[in-house]
Design a protein around this ligand. Sequence first.
Ligand SMILES: *Cc1c(COP(=O)(O)O)cnc(C)c1O
Length: 385
Amino acid sequence: MTEVQKINAESLKLKTYAGEPYLLTPGPLTTSLATKEAMLRDWGSWDADFNKATAHIRSSLLEMAGADSDTYVCVPMQGSGTFSVEASLATAIDVKGKALLLMNGAYGKRAALTLDYLKRDYIVLDKGDYLPPSPEEVDEILTQNADVTDVFLVHCETSSGILNPLKEISNVVKKHGKGLIVDAMSSFGGVPLTVSEVPFDVMVSSANKCIEGVPGFGFVIIKKTLLESSKGRSHSLSLDLYEQWKHMEKTGQWRFTPPTHTVIAFHEALKQHAEEGGVAGRHSRYSRNRDVLVSGMRALGFETLLDDVWLSPIITTFLSPDHENFEFKKFYDELKKRNFIIYPGKLTEVESFRMGCIGQIDEYVVLDLIKAVEESLAAMSVDGV
Ligand SMILES: *Cc1c(COP(=O)(O)O)cnc(C)c1O
């Protein structure tokens, strides 16, 4: 048994294929063996059992969001998460509407680019790389721009790892009577988010983040009245959320070929999510991962980009050490040799790298990572960070 396999075997009940590198990346991420094994058979997209899995997924996700099925619906959509964000923006924002985009990283910027394609009007509050938008700022902008119809916010901005103050901002948005669209891609299922706390109109997430499935589809939880009113609004045949919903309601099937293996893997992943104690259980494991990661890295001399109060249990950005022998590519390769795949930084101003806390990893895996980081620094002759 190698060191990694041994730790793997000792860790909670986490089971991946022994020897496979851990993906410390916020999706695709390390999935369980059971989730991988669920993909070892083929399914017909018309088959009643397959359709039952789709229906179960849709109702479980509504339940996870605390949304009742009279008021909200869950519509899955083929493709990566961005496909679902694009479908949602095209559905939720009227062609004559105007959005306020709250930006502090790459995914907020991507929403603006999407609205450019969709030819929807918008204004932005851009906080740069890592500062959160404040409820007061949002209040002021909405007071001064009464023609804004919808507000878009990323819950956990995965490019820095910041957990934005969603609840406080949602209160302001609702006080002004505006629509609220939340990109909770990297947080839903791992950070509490329910409609009673955050009365969103639209929430978007995907299969390969905190629910720990594999990539292939996203899903949208949306107010039924909003979806009903959006008939004919979409710019796109394949991304038409309304038509996808209508088709699913009528036939139980996806409108076009579904990613069958991904859907079945997700169905299995949802079962494990429930067994772990749902969102609360997962949130506590991820938070523990983050705490062990941050304290271990700080002990080696690394600094986090963010103050503690903004650190999400999803992913953490570390500043690259200012040492002449430190080079991200080498660091990446050294860690990969030791069975860990990390993520490059996504900041415009400073050199950084990111390490994820989600997926089938626990604190023992994180402790092993810290050891691997120490060895990698030694291999690069970085003597003290
Ligand atoms: C992962 C992610 C997305 C979607 O990215 P894809 O590469 O299209 O899956 C969108 N927003 C956030 C915040 C994300 O973390």
